[in-house]
Design a protein around this ligand. Structure first.
Ligand code: HMG
Ligand code: MG
Length: 300
């Protein structure tokens, strides 16, 4: 089994989308530049959603047009519909992502439509993306619980993931949007998904609300997953999942993977510098325990 792990850095998107204070384009670009210098090669840098729904992502076109290309870095963005896809294509995205949910209530609150309607929408997005040879990632949210419905059946997660894969998503990211999962529920959910999809097409996307994200990552690694989404400095949260905290910190995931002997291509010390840059820009301490330990600062 592969000893290489792909890290998808979602800090500039999932991390910053929920910030109350404005984060200017120069700061976002400064963060992205430092992530690239640390060896990160997959960066979700933008989100072409309605600025009325997520104001913080309003500068996405400028971010995407200004990032320095090359070095094998893949820049991706969220695209909920054709309007978003057209904006992403115009801005020069290398990859786009559609985002659905395993919970009806969350789907309604987050993208204003039912799961079935969302999948119809995504099909059109995938058709147009294919015509532009643009790879599409699929997200399934609320895979380990919904802020409105509570527990979510693993089979429902597997069904939505399978449908996204069947319509052409090359990778399905399984989102514990509210960070309520633990290794046992992670294993149950993955057992259901792995009946329908190979581990190589699945990614773990853990939020750390209950402090279980690293444990869930280990559970998913043990089940064969080799792609993980994370956010430098543990930034983030979803505006439509109140109370949910940030993604698992990339620094913590890289420390874990280094220790287990997996290759990520990421330099931990430089990654910590990227985290320090964005934490200083936001005026708050990092949520990464590893970054705090390396700086000699005790965890909160
Ligand atoms: P809607 O109101 O149903 O859309 O929203 P509509 O098609 O009726 O259009 C209404 C207005 O929005 C129109 O403008 C459109 O032009 C505009 P108006 O005529 O009123 O001025 N509009 C757009 N503008 C810019 N870009 C677009 C776009 N589409 C329509 N793409 C919509 C539907 C999907 C647009 C809305 O619900 C939305 O933007 N939702 C995004 C919510 C979001 O971004 N949530 C956070 C990301 S998901 C997440 O964080 C979870 C994840 O990390 C995984 C996990 O942790 O689980 C991925
Ligand atoms: Mg998320």
């Amino acid at each position: 089994m592969s000893h290489t792990v792909k890290i998808v850095e979602v800090g500039p998107r999932d991390g910053l989308q929920n910030e109350k204070q404005p984060v200017d384009v120069a700061t976002k670009l400064g963060l992205i530049e430092r992530l690239v210098a640390a060896g990160v090669r997959h960066i979700e840098a933008a989100s072409f959603v309605s600025p009325k729904w997520v104001p913080q992502m309003a500068g996405s076109a400028e971010v995407m047009q200004s990032v320095v290309r090359g070095g094998g870095v893949v820049y991706s963005a969220l695209t909920p519909n054709l309007q978003g896809l057209e904006a992403a294509i115009a801005a020069g995205c290398d990859e786009v992502a559609v985002f659905g949910a395993a919970s009806e209530s969350f789907s309604q609150r987050n993208i204003n439509c039912s799961i079935r309607e969302s999948l119809e929408r995504f099909r059109t997005v995938l058709e147009v993306a294919a015509a532009h040879s643009l790879p599409v990632r699929g997200y399934v949210s609320c895979v380990l619980g919904c802020p409105y419905e509570g527990p979510i059946a693993p089979e429902k997660v597997a069904e939505v993931a399978y449908m996204m894969r069947e319509m052409g998503c090359h990778e399905i990211s399984l989102g514990d949007t509210i960070g309520r999962g633990h290794p046992a529920s992670t294993r149950r959910m993955l057992d259901a998904c792995l009946l329908k999809l190979p581990a190589a097409q699945l990614a773990g996307h853990f939020h750390d609300t209950y402090g279980m994200a690293i444990a869930n990552t280990v559970a998913a690694l043990d089940m064969g997953l080799r792609t993980f989404d994370s956010s430098v400095s543990g930034l983030g949260g979803c505006p439509y999942a109140v109370g949910a905290s940030g993604n698992v910190a990339t620094e913590d995931v890289v420390y874990l993977l280094d220790g287990l002997g997996y290759e990520t291509g990421i330099d931990l010390a430089k990654l910590v510098e990227a985290g320090a840059f964005i934490s200083a820009a936001l005026g708050r301490a990092t949520a990464s325990r590893v970054a705090r330990a390396m700086a000699g600062t005790p965890s909160a």
